[in-house]
Every structure is written in structure tokens, then in C-alpha cells.
Design a protein. Structure first.
Length: 242
């Protein structure tokens, strides 16, 4: 009889029973974990698509710029790139800085930033701002992934602790410490810890993957920006650069 009772207790232990017994804190924990999971998967998918597109177009944009015999034609090709393509935006900012500096110098206007900085310094300033802006765009969602990866297990653990606390109160109130009384509530509470881990693990793996992918892209930003600086500052690409 004891074995049958224990078997029945294990059959009743599950997520459906857990939700039926939620109090306000249990619902807060559950909804928080669901929101964390939804947001983390949203940014995992969005960042995956964005990084794939950026890295897939990088060589085409860079080689297209350097392979074009006319700077004006190259700029027109850059302007035709999608709005979210970062390498074209960095090059366009450099070209815009050159044009602005030339116009200001030709007009003889005083007191302007272009007057106080040399052509090279003005281009360098524009490129630094462009690289910083495009790098920041690649960081979208990274903070949330890091937060979910570090906080979700503890949120789930809170739900488990709270569930076990209520289970112990129920056992003390009834004076029944049999497997039938203990296994269900305690086992259901442990599900919250598992839910927290299932929420955190994808976020941690995605954060590490995108962090490495972004570092490689940042390195290409810097390399391209240095080449652009030399090209627009001197009028020709520095010999030996690829």
C-alpha cells in the first residue's frame, strides 16, 4: 500500500499542479522567467540575423570600395547599401568629413572646428565617432543576455525556496510527513530551479558567442577605419595595405 501511495504521489507531481498552487510570489517568479526567456530568445534571433548579415556583406562592401576606380562611384555604391550595414556608414562618415572640411576651408570661415583641426585630425575624429556608433549598435541586447544568464538561476531558486517553504508549512499544519505529502510540493518547487536554468543556459551561450563575434567585427571596423583615414588624408591608399 505504501508503494502505491508513493507512486500516486509521483504521478501528481508536475508543472500543471505547480501552477495550480501558485501564490502571488510564485506567479511573479514564473512571469519573470517567462519574460526573461522570451526577451533573451528575441535578442538571440535578432543578433544572429544581424551579425550574419554584417559579416556576410563586409567583404563585398570593403572590396567594392577599394576596387572601384572612382571615389564618387564608390561613395554612390556605399549610399546604396542597406541602412543597417555598418562598414558603408563608416566610409560615408569619413567622406562626409572630408567634404565638410574642404568646404569650410574654401569658404574661409573662421572659428569653426574644421579650422582648428587639420584634415587628418578631422577625418580621424569622424572615423572614431563612426566606429564607436556602429560598435554600440552591435551591442544591442548583450546586456540583457548577460543579465538573464546571471540572474535567471537565482530567480528560479527563489521560486524553489518559496515553494519548499510553503510545503513545509503545509506538512507542519497537517502533521503528515509521508511521501504523498512531501514529494509533490517539494518536487514541484524544484521545477522552478530547472526552469531558471533552462532560461539562463541559452542566454549565457549566446552572450559568449556574440561577444566573440563582435570582437572580430570590431577589429575589422578598426582596420577599415585606419585604411580609410590614410586614403582620405593622403589621397591614395597606403602601399602595402590589403
Amino acid at each position: 500500500m505504501g508503494g502505491n501511495t508513493n507512486a500516486e504521489a509521483m504521478k501528481q507531481m508536475g508543472f500543471a499542479n505547480l501552477m495550480q498552487n501558485f501564490d502571488w510570489l510564485g506567479w511573479v517568479v514564473f512571469v519573470t522567467l517567462v519574460a526573461m526567456s522570451f526577451l533573451s530568445w528575441y535578442f538571440i534571433i535578432a543578433n544572429g540575423i544581424r551579425n550574419t548579415m554584417v559579416r556576410g556583406r563586409a567583404d563585398k562592401v570593403i572590396d567594392g570600395f577599394w576596387g572601384n576606380g572612382s571615389t564618387q562611384d564608390a561613395i554612390r555604391e556605399l549610399e546604396a547599401q542597406p541602412k543597417g550595414e555598418p562598414f558603408s556608414k563608416i566610409a560615408l562618415d569619413a567622406a562626409s568629413a572630408v567634404a565638410h572640411h574642404q568646404q569650410t576651408a574654401a569658404a574661409g570661415t573662421t572659428g569653426r572646428l574644421a579650422e582648428s583641426l587639420s584634415r587628418s585630425e578631422f577625418i580621424d575624429r569622424a572615423l572614431r565617432q563612426a566606429v564607436a556608433r556602429e560598435s554600440l549598435r552591435l551591442e544591442g541586447g548583450m546586456t540583457l543576455l548577460a543579465t538573464v544568464g546571471s540572474a535567471a538561476p537565482f530567480v528560479g531558486l527563489l521560486g524553489t525556496v518559496w515553494g519548499i517553504y510553503h510545503a513545509l508549512i503545509g506538512i507542519a499544519a497537517t502533521g503528515n510527513a509521508s511521501m504523498n505529502a512531501v514529494a509533490g510540493p517539494v518536487g514541484e518547487a524544484l521545477i522552478m530551479t530547472a526552469f531558471g536554468l533552462f532560461t539562463a543556459i541559452p542566454a549565457v551561450l549566446a552572450f559568449n558567442f556574440f561577444n566573440r563575434s563582435n570582437r572580430l567585427t570590431y577589429a575589422r571596423f578598426d582596420e577599415f577605419a585606419h585604411d580609410l583615414h590614410d586614403f582620405f588624408a593622403t589621397g591614395s591608399r597606403v602601399e602595402g595595405q590589403k
